[in-house]
Write a protein that binds this ligand. Sequence first.
Ligand code: FES
Length: 307
Amino acid sequence: MEPPHGDDKPHLPSPSIWPVGFAVGIACTLAGLVVSRPAAIAGAVIAIVFGALWARDAMRAGKAPAVEAPPEALAATAVDGEPDEIERFPRNKFLELSTLGLGGVITAVVALPVIGFAVLPAFTDQEQATVDLGPMDNFPEGKWIETTFFLSPTLGEVSRRTAFVRYNGLLQDLPSFTLISNRCVHLGCPVQASGPRNDNQKKAVKTADAEISLTPILPANFSCPCHGGAYDTEGNRIAGPPVRALDRFKYSILDGRLHLIETYSVASVDGEGAQAQIHAYGRQGPGEHVDGPEGWLYPLQPQDLEG
Ligand code: FES
């Protein structure tokens, strides 16, 4: 009796690491969406690369030339002249494609809602509400004015906000303003100007949106009463637990009136006034780092409703 040939064994595809890499990439992406944006991007890249390699191997396997069966095998499959039964869709191929398809469906079910929540807000609510702070004349050059206003007059007091506003003069023929939010970037307490305030010169200005209150102040710095956070007059942190500079408001000038838009976050400010170099970032919540290693590691936060 002839010993069996080693080649007689059915030829199975060698195990591949691509599915494992793909799964790791998906896991990193999902974890990254919660923990850190760079980790999510790295996970997506890993998933795409390994997924592509996996799909390429699967396609190659599908196109592999049929192995010519030895004559004995053909003889064994032929029964009394009946046509050979050809395995048109091998079981291993079926299982591989089923796994691939099922994995894709599960990935879509899990990932699509998460990606939708993370990405869609960027394409919606594009219209930005502005707050009319009145004529630019309300803000004498080089003077600080503590300005309180309603972000949304329909919401009333809960939308009352304060900005420290200073007109810096013209910069390349355009008016330059410093508008610093009074929300402490430690835990959100209201920051106050440390220095004299001229309450007797306080004035109320009625605009189309609401009534704005303007109080001249002379801050040496800004300080937070909650945990001792302190900031210089450009909003840079100088003491206490805050992790970055005070947020600022974007602004525009329309028909000679100062319009305040939304806040953005600031890591730090170099220089001052119109010449200041602002290291600006998208709006972050209190306590969130915006740069350095902490910014990479800090978990993503849902967008807050602060304007
Ligand atoms: S909330 Fe301002 S220092 Fe803590």
